[in-house]
Design a protein around this ligand. Sequence first.
Ligand code: HEM
Length: 151
Amino acid sequence: MQTLRWILASLHLIGLGVGFGACWLRAVRLQALAKGTGSLQAVLNADNWYGVATLLWIATGLWRAFGGVEKGSDYYLNSTAFLVKMALFIVVFALEWVPMVAFIGWRIQLKKQRLPDTRKAGLFATLTYLELFVFLLMVFAATATARGLWY
Ligand code: HEM
């Protein structure tokens, strides 16, 4: 159990590193695309890494919270810090919704060998920067959760 706990904690933090980096890269590349100097494929590559990291975050996070490997579900469901962290995660999801749907559309267009309409790249860059800011807040909520603050 200790080994599983250790591996899940490591993967969760690796997800944080990769996800934060990929999210930042996506924002920078979207900005470049909006200015006409970037490449659409570069944006989608960063988005792929961001997607993989998010899956790792969610899977390891849920396992740690509700799989009985850490402090147990009761602890987390009664922790205000944890609930704040989850609320912030929903904020990220809300910010991500429109770009996520647009990127799926862009990928479909590319597969059909059509040029996607990327005029909203600037807006998506702003939304992605906002997601980065919310991730920073989530780190404060996560470390508070682990230390029993706001319980
Ligand atoms: C569905 C999503 C997530 C769930 C369910 C979740 C759950 C958890 C749980 C249960 C822990 C262990 C806390 C403890 O030691 O008692 C943890 C630790 C942590 N999480 Fe998450 N997490 C999620 C997403 C994220 C995201 C997106 C970030 C970063 C922005 C993040 C950052 C952290 C950090 C930094 C720690 C380590 C805290 C420490 O040991 O000081 N988590 N998470």
